[in-house]
Design a protein around this ligand. Structure first.
Ligand SMILES: Cc1cc2nc3c(=O)[nH]c(=O)nc-3n(C[C@H](O)[C@H](O)[C@H](O)COP(=O)(O)OP(=O)(O)OC[C@H]3O[C@@H](n4cnc5c(N)ncnc54)[C@H](O)[C@@H]3O)c2cc1C
Length: 406
C-alpha cells in the first residue's frame, strides 16, 4: 500500500530520528526524508544529561510514569500503553545499546556517552535509507489533496504524510506554520529552572545540599527532595521539580514569590520539640551541636537567622528561643525573585493543544495524515529521562500509523 509514498519528517532531533527510523521499518517501500533547519542533527541528544544522555527512567509502572508529566499526564496514559520505558530499553537493546540504571532510576547508555545513542540512530537511518536534508527550515505546509506541499527556506517538497517533530520554541512566532494549519498553540513558557534568591546570605552556603520540603507560598505546590544551595539561590532536584509543576503559576507571579523550606521534613511542632528534648539538657554550645544531621555551616546560619547567640549552651535556651528554632527548622522563609536557566530553557511548557491530537495514533484531528511528536506538543516532564521517553513513545506511535490511511 505504501509503494512510492513519501513521509516527510520535520526536525532532526530525538523524535524526528526515532519517527523516521521506525517509519522506515514499518513501511519499507516508503521514501523517508528528514528536513532539519540547522546544519546538524540530534543536537539536544548530544548535550543531554551532561553529555551522557539520560535516555529514559526505569519507572516501569505506566501510571507512575505519567505522574512525572505536569502537562500531558492524562494523554500519555494512552501513549505509554502502546510504547513505554520497557519498550525503549528493548528497542535499544536490540541494537546493542545497553541502558543501565542509576540509583535514582535514571537510565544512561552503558558507555556513559550520548554518542552511543547518536551512532545507533545514524546506523539505523543509514540501514533503512532515511534521507537527511540539512539547512531546510520548514516555513509552511499546505494540504494539496491527496498530499502536502512543504515549503522550506530554499526548496519545496511533496509528502503523502508528515510527522512534525520540531521540538519546543520559546517564541510563539516560531509555531506560525503550525498555527496556519488551524492548530491552537498554548503559549510557551519555561519549565525546569532554578530559583534566584537575591539579598539572602544563604547563598554564602553554596554547595550544601539537603533533603527538604519546599512550599511555594502563593501557590498550591509543595515538593520533597534534595535542594542545592547555589551562589544565586536554590537548585537541585526538588527545585527543578517545583519549577516544572508550578511553571504556569510562577510565570504568572513573574517569578516572584515566597518560599518556605522545611529543613527536616517534619511539620508537627510537638514532634520536633520531642526530638529536641535530648539536646535541651546539653551543656554544649548550640553552634557546636546541630540536630537532625543538619550540616554545621547551615545550622550556624539558621541559628544566627533566629537571632540566637551561637555561643549559648543548649541548656540555656528559653522557651521562646526553642520555639524560634522549631520555626526556622520547619518553616524557613525566603523571597524568590527571578529564575536561572541552564543554557537555553531545559524544556518548554506549552505547544500544540492536546485536545487537537488523537493519542491512539498521534495524528492531528484537524489535518489528516499530519502527525505530531515530542516537545512540539503541550507535554513536558520533569528531569530524569521523562522528556526523551515522551519523544520515543509519541514518535513510535506516529511511525506505526503514518501511512495506514494511504
Ligand atoms: C541542555 C538540555 C539537556 C537535556 N537533557 C535531557 C536528558 O538528559 N533527558 C531527557 O529526557 N531530556 C533532556 N532534555 C530535554 C530533551 O532534549 C527534549 O525534550 C527532546 O530533545 C525533545 O525532542 P524533540 O525531537 O521533540 O525536539 P528537539 O530535540 O528539540 O528537536 C527538534 C529539531 O527540529 C528542528 N527544527 C525546529 N524547527 C524546524 C523547522 N521549522 N524546520 C525544520 N527543522 C526544525 C530543530 O533544529 C531540532 O533539530 C534536555 C534538554 C536540554 C536543552
Amino acid at each position: 500500500m505504501e509503494n512510492c509514498k513519501t513521509i516527510i519528517v520535520i526536525g532532526g532531533g530525538a523524535s524526528g530520528f526515532f519517527a523516521a527510523i521506525n517509519s522506515a521499518i514499518n513501511f519499507p517501500n516508503a521514501k523517508i526524508i528528514i528536513l532539519e533547519k540547522t546544519n546538524h542533527f540530534l543536537s539536544k541528544v548530544k548535550i543531554s544529561g551532561g553529555g551522557r544522555c539520560n535516555v529514559t527512567n526505569e519507572t516501569l509502572d505506566k501510571n507512575k510514569l505519567c505522574e512525572n508529566f505536569p502537562r500531558g499526564k492524562k494523554e500519555l496514559k494512552q501513549v505509554f500503553f502502546q510504547f513505554n520505558t520497557k519498550d525503549t530499553i528493548e528497542w535499544f537493546a536490540k541494537r546493542n545499546v545497553k541502558l543501565i540504571t542509576e540509583k535514582d532510576f535514571r537510565m544512561f547508555p552503558e558507555s556513559n556517552t550520548s554518542s552511543e545513542i547518536i551512532n545507533c540512530f545514524l546506523n539505523e537511518a543509514n540501514k533503512y535509507n532515511v534521507e537527511i536534508k540539512f539547512n531546510k527550515e520548514v516555513l509552511s505546509i499546505q494540504k494539496l489533496e491527496p498530499n502536502f506541499l512543504i515549503k522550506t527556506n530554499d526548496s519545496d517538497f511533496f509528502g503523502d504524510a508528515i510527522i512534525c517533530c520540531v521540538g519546543g520554541f520559546n517564541n510563539l512566532g516560531k509555531y506560525e506554520f503550525i498555527k496556519n494549519l488551524g492548530h491552537t498553540i498554548i503559549s510557551p513558557i519555561p519549565s525546569l529552572f532554578t530559583f534566584n534568591v537575591p539579598n539572602s546570605d544563604i547563598t554564602k552556603l553554596m554547595g550544601i545540599s539537603k533533603d527538604v520540603t519546599v512550599k511555594l507560598l502563593q501557590t498550591k505546590y509543595e515538593e520533597t527532595g534534595s535542594i542545592l544551595i547555589t551562589h544565586w539561590g536554590f537548585s537541585g532536584p526538588v527545585i527543578l521539580k517545583l519549577s516544572s509543576f508550578a511553571a504556569i503559576d510562577l510565570f504568572n507571579l513573574n517569578y516572584s514569590t515566597s518560599i518556605s523550606i522545611n529543613w527536616i521534613n517534619e511539620k508537627n511542632e510537638s514532634r520536633i520539640l520531642e526530638q529536641l528534648n535530648d539536646f535541651k539538657n546539653k551543656k554544649i554550645k548550640i553552634g557546636n551541636l546541630s540536630p537532625f544531621q543538619i550540616p554545621k555551616r547551615l545550622w550556624e546560619y539558621l541559628v544566627t537567622k533566629s537571632e540566637i547567640d551561637l555561643m549559648k549552651n543548649w541548656n540555656e535556651l528559653n522557651k521562646k528561643e526553642i520555639h524560634k528554632i522549631i520555626k526556622i527548622l520547619s518553616n524557613d522563609i525566603y523571597v524568590m525573585n527571578g529564575k536561572t536557566t541552564f543554557k537555553e530553557e531545559f524544556v518548554t511548557a506549552g505547544g500544540i493543544d492536546l485536545k487537537e491530537i488523537n493519542f491512539k495514533t498521534m495524528e492531528s484531528k484537524i489535518v489528516s495524515n499530519l502527525f505530531f511528536c515530542g516537545e512540539v506538543l503541550n507535554i513536558d516532564g520533569i528531569t530524569g529521562g521523562f522528556n526523551f521517553q515522551n519523544a520515543w513513545s509519541t514518535s513510535f506511535i506516529a511511525a506505526k500509523n503514518v501511512l495506514l490511511n494511504k
